[in-house]
Design a protein around this ligand. Structure first.
Ligand code: HEC
Ligand code: HEC
Length: 294
């Protein structure tokens, strides 16, 4: 056996023995965040134009209000820095993990279908049809942000962080105090956000202009992870895990637009779709969440 052959078979054996040494595993273990390309590198051709349109729709989603959008939010309100920010469900980490099975739809979703989901629930709107200019532009923008990323690997910073269960059960009253002290300044005492010249500078967290009862953010665990890593905007990771759980519970104990999968009454809708960590259908101070008449 020559030295080279011996070394090669030794390293093959080692690689098989140490799964984290495989190239994909090595990438997932590496905590260095993935860096999406800079805008300066975008070509000035039709591809570049499509990427720019996708970014524009992602950041100025209100342009689609009435057509595909039914609230006052933009995609970038929950996917910070125009979908680039790690730990706020960045587009570069999302693009490469679809098609994927989703429990919510109990089916395999393509990337386009995943985008449609955020229109229907987070934007309380109507999803643009497959193949529409809007979905093509948003997909092209996401694809471009993922330039050089490995396919089928969950990159560090994907999604929102998952927090450990809190030491004490999350509590609405404690959450209300945290909200008043840390959030109301920007999002308003009544959660309705803050507007300047007709547009939201700080997005609404509840009420008719916010995400609906079917959106991922209405789940307390999802909101707690987002809030911990991203809010208050100027001081991410400053809340304790317990505070993040408490304030997420407070925010999600407020009324918001109906779940579009509504089955005619709250109890039936809760039974069919809300076997998850959320307050939909709960009685809070004598009011059943999800039952507000418009
Ligand atoms: C300094 C102002 C500021 C403070 C304080 C602040 N936020 Fe935000 N928040 C923002 C902005 C701005 C966005 C949208 C980010 C963007 O578009 O880049 C946002 C987005 C959000 C979102 C997602 C969008 C939505 O409307 O649902 C949630 C949830 C949220 N904040 C919760 C909180 C909570 C809870 C606190 C207190 C712990 C808090 N924020 C404190 C400015 C703030
Ligand atoms: C109210 C907050 C909110 C808004 C607004 C919002 N999203 Fe999302 N989005 C979420 C949440 C929550 C998830 C699930 C993240 C998780 O649980 O890891 C998500 C997931 C996604 C994913 C998949 C991410 C992944 O890693 O699997 C994509 C892609 C996406 N959103 C695109 C969009 C687009 C496009 C828009 C605008 C049309 C939008 N979102 C608006 C909250 C929001």
């Amino acid at each position: 056996m020559t030295n080279t052959v011996f070394l090669r078979s030794l390293s093959v054996a080692l690689l098989a023995w140490m799964p984290w040494m495989t190239p994909a595993g090595a990438y997932a273990q590496d905590k260095t965040p993935f860096t999406p390309p800079s805008e300066a590198s975008l070509p000035s051709d039709k591809f570049g134009d499509m990427v720019r349109l996708g970014k524009d729709l992602f950041v100025h989603t209100h342009k689609l209000r009435g057509k595909y959008v039914g609230n006052g939010l933009t995609c970038a309100n929950c996917h910070l820095d125009a979908g680039r920010h790690a730990n706020s469900a960045p587009l570069w980490a999302a693009y490469t993990i679809y098609p994927a099975y989703r429990k919510k739809t109990d089916d395999v979703s393509t990337f386009e279908q995943r985008l449609q989901g955020c229109f229907k629930y987070s934007m309380n709107g109507k999803a643009p049809p497959p193949g529409s200019l809007e979905l093509t532009a948003l997909t092209t923008y996401s694809y471009w942000l993922a330039t050089g990323a490995p396919v089928g690997v969950s990159l560090p910073g994907q999604g929102y962080p998952k927090l450990d269960k809190p030491a004490q059960p999350p509590n609405i009253a404690r959450g209300a105090k945290i909200y008043a002290a840390n959030c109301a300044l920007c999002h308003g005492e009544n959660g309705g956000g803050t507007k300047a010249e007709g547009a939201y500078v700080f997005p609404p967290l509840w009420g008719q202009d916010s995400f609906n009862w079917g959106a991922g953010m209405h789940r307390v665990d999802t909101a707690a992870g987002f809030i911990k890593a991203n809010m208050p905007l100027s001081k991410p990771n400053s809340l304790s895990d317990q505070e993040a759980w408490d304030v997420a519970t407070f925010v999600n104990s407020q009324e918001r637009p109906q779940d579009p999968r509504f089955r005619g009454n709250v109890a039936a809708t809760k039974k069919a779709f809300h076997d998850e960590q959320c307050l939909y259908g709960d009685n809070v101070d004598g009011h059943v969440l999800g039952s507000r008449k418009k």
